[in-house]
Design a protein around this ligand. Structure first.
Ligand SMILES: [Zn+2]
Length: 440
């Protein structure tokens, strides 16, 4: 069991707003103690000593709407066309990539194929693959014609959807996902701008179907997330008992009141990166201004901004995570959403950073024990050579992370000058794999 003394750092614990000079003791996979000031713990208190040289120590970030298996598709059906073997390998690469970008936890908002998330999570947990803590999802359970049904009458097509119609089929879809080992289920309750036959304000899943799906998932001890853009789809999600309601762009007063009434139980997440990039940066992937306008994306952006000012005002637990993984939202940009919360939704940098740490830790199922720096919490820590409270954009890209620790394991060691990944070889022994010079 390793132990570290991390001294001479500015600790930002995700509990208070401000950082303070301090030091942190890590033992095994947990934070053993935190102290304010310098030289509070003797050098003998841990096997290894890290001198943080005055840098910013914060909890590892949590991606609250993650799609590790979305490997850069332009269209939803592109995901269906990737053979499972390539798809799995590319998802593994994303797992290591996102950890290297400071995300030590990811809550999946759907797997493109049923077993990919589950297999990748297991590989990470068993220590063979460098990746974040991962809550694995199944595909997006949707009805015929809903978001995720890319079939045509004359032609079969797959995407990220698992199509089920009626209460019995929905229950069966949930049970199949449970049998294969998912942690979370995902339901598409509304459509989306990107779906010609089911736009964002179309409510595709009935209350009866959603309620049956949520109850079945809860019976199996699983969490449920959903895609709800239309106001009615948000209300349906609250009524059915969904645990995490994504998007909520068109939530009206009644939907917001309903969300507020369950704010101690329910998480929400805007998944703003996809909206933002499509509107402001869509041209880089050929999304012309005319297309952006005809899909109604600028209008949705306005609604999202208005809705999340309200979410903040009402004290909702909002998670960071932006639907990264599409062509227009390349994986690795994930931390841009922290800056978006500040710029577009009126959050302070400290508030936005808490959404990406402490709130995300609670979504992962570790209230007060993940995404915070306090005695007893899990040892997921980042050392940053700049101040994210002054400029959250320093968290985008791996260049400012001088240390990445997950579960007490060092994935980037500030003493080594290069990125290290602790991997277990097939023989069960531990191997250190140097991945070349740090971009820093
Ligand atoms: Zn998504």
């Amino acid at each position: 069991m390793g132990s570290y003394l991390i001294k001479n750092v500015r600790v930002w614990d995700a509990i208070e707003d401000k950082a303070y000079p301090g030091e942190v003791l890590v033992e095994g996979n947990k934070i053993k103690a935190v102290a304010r000031g310098r030289d509070q713990f003797g050098l003998e208190s841990a096997a290894e000593v890290i001198d943080g040289e005055g840098q910013f120590l914060m909890p590892g970030m949590v991606e609250g709407h993650c799609h590790l298996s979305f490997v850069g598709p332009a269209r939803n059906q592109d995901l269906g066309e990737i053979p499972p073997e390539e798809h799995l390998l590319r998802t593994c690469r994303n797992a290591t990539f996102i950890l290297n970008h400071g995300f030590t936890s990811c809550y999946s908002a759907a797997s493109a194929k049923l077993r990919i998330d589950v297999v990748v999570r297991q590989e990470i947990e068993d220590g063979y693959l460098a990746g974040p803590r991962y809550r694995a999802a199944g595909p997006e359970i949707t009805v015929t014609g809903g978001l995720g049904d890319e079939r045509k009458q004359h032609m079969h097509a797959e995407s990220f959807g698992m199509i089920a119609d009626g209460v019995d089929e929905i229950r069966r879809a949930v049970r199949i996902c449970c049998r294969e080992g998912v942690d979370n289920l995902k339901f598409n309750v509304s459509g989306d701008e990107f779906v010609g036959h089911a736009r964002a304000e179309v409510v595709s899943l009935s209350l009866e179907e959603l309620t049956a799906g949520v109850q079945t998932a809860h019976d199996w001890g699983k969490k449920v997330a959903c895609h709800s853009r239309a106001a009615e789809s948000v209300k349906r999600a609250v009524r059915a008992g969904v645990d995490c309601i994504y998007h909520c762009d068109f939530a009206d007063e009644e939907a917001l009141d309903m969300l507020e009434s369950v704010k101690d139980r329910v998480f929400v997440g805007p998944a703003f990166g996809l909206v933002h990039n499509s509107v402001f940066e869509g041209d880089v992937v050929g999304l012309t201004r005319e297309r952006v306008e005809s899909m109604g994306l600028p209008r949705k952006l306005e609604h999202t901004i208005r809705t999340y000012h309200e979410m903040r005002r009402r004290g909702m637990r909002v998670v960071v995570g932006g639907d990264y993984g599409f062509t227009v939202t390349p994986m690795g940009q994930n931390a841009r959403d922290i800056g978006h919360f500040v710029k577009f939704f009126g959050y302070t940098p400290a508030e936005a950073l808490k959404c990406a740490t402490a709130v995300g830790g609670a979504l992962m199922g570790f209230d007060d024990e993940l995404g915070v720096i306090r005695a007893g919490a899990l040892a997921d820590l980042l050392l940053v050579d700049a101040d994210p409270l002054l400029d959250p954009s320093v968290l985008v890209g791996p260049s400012h992370f001088t240390m990445i620790m997950k579960d007490g394991d060092m994935f980037r060691d500030p003493r080594g000058g290069h990125a290290n990944f602790q991997l277990r070889g097939e023989g069960g022994h531990s191997a250190r794999l140097a991945t070349g010079p740090s971009p820093a």
